[in-house]
Each structure stands twice: as structure tokens, then as C-alpha cells.
Design a protein around this ligand. Structure first.
Ligand SMILES: [Zn+2]
Length: 525
């Protein structure tokens, strides 16, 4: 009797699912309409997070604001996941499939900039700012999730949606810890999103212009002494830093051209008449695959040890970030591409184009305004050249995932600096985020309603992507998230930043609150 009931139930579920599958185009239409209805909230999220301007690991206002919206909308919250105070997971629905959205939330040091102004004009001199555009990602993903929630409730769609924040992405500081904490163990599909000037997705290694990395800080310890009276009594930690750097630069000539390595000296002593007893240098070691990255890491450690020996100092190091080179899923990318083409580029106004061209002219790059066409899905590049890194690479080796680039910024910008913040609280970012939210929602529907597509994505993951390469974390068991980073920098600017937080109850937009005419451009001579 019970078996008959179960059989009937399974049949009913199968019938309901196939009816929903047939109605997929209708549901997608509905999702796009829902996203359009949420445009005001999307704009508010873009502007609000822009105004918080929080550096990695210090995203407390962003956390409060977003979890507030999600909780109010019936999402279940888990806080402080993976031992990171500003990390959380929001979920809605139940059962399989589990579709996860992820996007970064942190900003860039010294990138403060008035939005809508096509020349360098910081809101607060020296303060952090969204000079990467991470303020728009959650507007994309949360909008998509809210639209999906409505559809799931109304049409009794099975499945779970989850939202993750990319905390401290600029430090490559968290995703490996998310993976180690098992946060993706039950996830079937991951849909990442990142601000861009074009509307595109990719699969496998994409254009080949990304690398993986380890981010390591070396702390040298010497002995202080009067630098003129008894220098022979001292042992300089700064000497060790300089010798390490010189050693690395000589060795660089004999490394593969694919490597990229760079450093900043984070402390170099206090004043010249004291032999520096403490000094530290911070390296990013980038390469194309796990074994080459590991090779650079080992080499960095041995050059540091050698520098310590030469100077009679000691050294210890701390891994503060790591990232596998990302690899994206072909099945998801193909589904996503169709949705990108269906949604199409936002309609830019003359004001949007004027801002874009004026900024391009101001920074001396190609003046071509905003992109008007979506990008086709291209074959992965035959050769990897390397370039920047993103710590979501670690997720991509554990669950099938893609990365949606949505058009919320101006083309031809340098990245990680004030020009990339100019458009990020303007109609360019608002419209681009709405377009991105539609694609995220539509692609999630593809996988919520077609179990065979989930299967196909996993087949690609198992038989192509991870056929010969198996994930192994760069993290040692003793490595911990560097949650103290940026604390002092953020505390320094917090009182000033607070005065500029966006208040949507009083102003329709952040531009209106700041009294900025859109666009503000230098008058032509
Ligand atoms: Zn980014």
C-alpha cells in the first residue's frame, strides 16, 4: 500500500516537473518581469553598497544591510561561516537541486571617487572606494534570488537557492576557506557574477588570461641597535627584506614567462638611526596551475630563508590568500549564453554615453563609449597567458560553475582604481545590474527545472574538467582566514564614510543625495 502511494507521489512529481519544463519559456518571461519590477531595490542596493565602501574582511555594514533584506524576504541565514565574521549564507526553498549565487562585496584602498564625475574627484581623499565595481554584484544576485523566490512559491518549484558573499576577494582571502568548511558540499550548480563592461560568459579556461596564486607575507626578525654608535650589534630585518626582493628579481629571469609575481613592503623599520628589528614584505606568486604555483611558493620560502641566513635574522611566513586558476563549466555557460542573448544589452542614454566617452578621454584610453552588443560564447583560448586571479577558482574545482560578466561599467578602464568607480553608482551600473539579474534568474530556472541539465553539467565536471586534475587546497591545516586585515585602514575612514551613507528614504538616488549633476564632465576646450 505504502509503495503504491510512493509510486503515485513520484509520478505526480514527475508530471508536475515535466509540465513546468514545458512552461519554462513562460516562467522565464515571468522572472524577467519580476526583475524589472525590482528595479528600484536593485538601484538602491547598488548605491547603498557603493556608499559603504568597505575593504575586505571589514564588510560589516554591507553584511547588516544585505542580510536585513534577505531575512525580511524569508531567507534562512547562517552567519559567521568558515570562521569569517562578515561571511554568511542565505538560503530559500528545499531539496534538490541546490543552486548557489556568489559575488564579491569588498572595495579597493584609495579608490574613493564621486560617481558620475568623469575626472578624479574623491568623495573622501585617500579613502577606500568601489574602484572595481563589487558594489553591484549583490544587486544582481539578490535581485535574481528575490524574483526566483516569488516564482518558486507561486509555482511550487522544488529546489533550494543559496546566496554567498565573496568576502575579501581583493585579498583572495576566503573561498578556499569556504571550500574547506564544506559550504559547497550539497551545492549542485554555482552561478557567479562579476561586474564588467561587456555581457559575456565563458567556459574552461576562457580567454586564458587568468592565473591562480598564493599570497604570502614574510616577517623578518632582527636585533635593534643604535645605527651609528653600535651598528655591529644590530641585525637588520630590512636588509633581509631587500635581499629577498633582490634575490627574487634575479631569479625572475629564470622563471617561466607565465609567472607573475609582485610585492609590497608592509613594514621597513621605524626611523634611520635604529637598526630595524622588524620588517615584512608581502608577495603574490601567480602561475597557471597548482604545481607551478606551489613551485613559486616553495621558491619564495627558500629565498626568504636564504635572506635570513645572510643577515643573521629569522623569518616566518603567513599564507593570507590563495586561489586556484578558475575553470568554468561548458553546460552552464551554453545555457547562460542563450539567456544573455535573450536579455540583450541595456539601453544606454546619451548621458550614459557622454560620461563613458569623457572618462575614456580623460584617462587617455580608446574613446568608444559603452558596449552595445553582447559577446558571443567563444572557444577557450588555445594557450594560457595568465593574468589576474579570483579566489572563486577554488569553488570552480569543487562544483560546476560559471562566471557571468554583466555590463555595469565603462570599457577600457585600468581596474582597481578611481576610474572604475565613476560609473558604479549611476544609471550605467543600475541598468547593467538589472540585465545581469535577469540572466542569473533565467539560468537558475534552466537548472531548477531540468534535472538532465544538472546531470550534464556534472558529467562535464567529472569526465572533462577533473579527469586528470584533482583539487588540493593551498591551505595548510594551521592556516586561518586573515580576518584582522584592513581593520585599521577601515577604522580610520569610518567616521567620514558614515556621513556619506546613502539614505534611500530621502533620496531617489545616490547622485541626487550627493547633488551631482549627471554626467559631470570637463567642458571641451
Ligand atoms: Zn573583482
Amino acid at each position: 500500500m505504502r509503495r503504491t502511494c510512493l509510486l503515485v507521489l513520484m509520478l505526480c512529481v514527475a508530471q508536475a516537473l515535466s509540465a513546468q519544463q514545458q512552461n519554462l519559456p513562460g516562467l522565464k518571461q515571468e522572472a524577467a518581469t519580476e526583475v524589472d519590477k525590482l528595479q528600484t531595490l536593485t538601484q538602491q542596493m547598488v548605491d547603498e553598497i557603493f556608499s559603504f565602501s568597505e575593504l575586505g574582511f571589514q564588510e560589516f555594514e554591507t553584511l547588516r544591510y544585505l542580510t536585513g533584506i534577505l531575512e525580511k524576504n524569508g531567507f534562512h541565514m547562517e552567519r559567521e561561516v568558515a570562521g569569517i565574521p562578515t561571511a554568511w549564507v542565505a538560503s530559500y526553498g528545499s531539496g534538490k537541486p541546490v543552486i548557489a549565487f556568489i559575488t564579491d562585496i569588498d572595495c579597493i584602498p584609495r579608490a574613493s571617487q564621486k560617481p558620475g564625475v568623469a575626472y578624479h574627484d574623491p568623495l573622501i581623499e585617500g579613502a577606500p572606494g568601489h574602484g572595481e565595481g563589487h558594489n553591484s554584484g549583490m544587486a544582481v544576485n539578490v535581485t535574481a534570488a528575490l524574483a526566483l523566490k516569488k516564482l518558486m512559491a507561486e509555482h511550487h518549484l522544488a529546489g533550494t537557492i543559496k546566496i554567498f558573499p565573496g568576502v575579501a576577494e581583493e585579498l583572495l582571502g576566503t573561498k578556499a576557506f569556504y571550500v574547506r568548511a564544506g559550504l559547497f558540499r550539497d551545492v549542485d550548480i554555482v552561478l557567479g557574477s562579476h561586474v564588467s563592461s561587456d555581457f559575456s560568459t565563458s567556459y574552461a579556461t576562457g580567454n586564458g588570461r587568468t592565473s591562480g596564486l598564493v599570497s604570502v607575507q614574510y616577517f623578518f626578525h632582527g636585533k635593534a641597535a643604535h645605527a651609528a654608535m653600535a651598528p655591529w650589534e644590530g641585525r637588520s630585518a630590512l636588509d633581509a627584506v631587500e635581499l629577498m626582493d633582490t634575490g627574487w628579481d634575479f631569479r625572475r629571469e629564470h622563471l617561466r614567462p607565465a609567472q607573475r609575481s609582485h610585492r609590497v613592503i608592509i613594514s621597513g623599520g621605524d626611523q634611520p638611526n635604529v637598526v630595524p628589528s622588524e620588517a615584512a614584505v608581502w608577495y603574490y606568486f601567480r602561475e597557471l596551475d597548482y604545481s607551478h604555483i606551489k613551485g613559486l611558493y616553495d621558491l619564495g620560502n627558500s629565498i626568504a630563508d636564504s635572506a635570513a641566513k645572510m643577515t643573521g635574522t629569522t623569518v616566518d611566513h603567513k599564507l593570507v590568500g590563495s586561489a586556484w586558476p578558475a575553470f568554468f563549466n561548458k553546460t552552464i555557460a551554453e545555457a547562460q549564453q542563450k539567456n544573455i542573448e535573450a536579455v540583450g544589452m541595456p539601453k544606454w542614454s546619451d548621458a550614459d554615453q557622454t560620461l563613458a566617452k569623457a572618462l575614456q578621454k580623460e584617462i587617455g584610453t580608446k574613446v568608444e563609449g559603452l558596449a552595445e552588443k553582447v559577446e558571443p560564447l567563444s572557444e577557450p583560448a588555445k594557450e594560457q597567458t595568465g593574468g589576474p586571479s579570483d579566489d572563486l577558482g577554488d569553488i570552480s574545482w569543487n562544483v560546476p560553475m560559471t562566471y557571468l560578466f554583466y555590463p555595469a561599467n565603462i570599457p577600457n578602464l585600468p581596474g582597481h582604481s578611481w576610474p572604475n568607480a565613476v560609473a558604479m553608482a549611476t544609471p550605467i551600473a543600475h541598468k547593467g545590474s538589472t540585465a545581469g539579474a535577469k540572466v542569473q534568474a533565467l539560468t537558475a530556472l534552466d537548472f531548477l527545472l531540468q534535472p538532465q541539465l544538472v546531470q550534464q553539467a556534472w558529467d562535464y565536471f567529472r569526465t572533462v574538467q577533473t579527469k586528470d586534475i584533482h583539487y588540493s587546497s593551498f591551505l595548510g591545516p594551521e592556516d586561518k582566514p586573515a580576518i584582522e586585515m584592513n581593520k585599521e585602514k577601515m577604522e580610520k575612514f569610518l567616521p567620514q564614510l558614515k556621513k556619506f551613507y546613502y539614505d534611500p528614504s530621502r533620496y531617489k538616488s545616490y547622485l541626487e543625495q550627493l547633488g551631482i549633476q549627471y554626467p559631470t564632465v570637463k567642458t571641451q576646450p
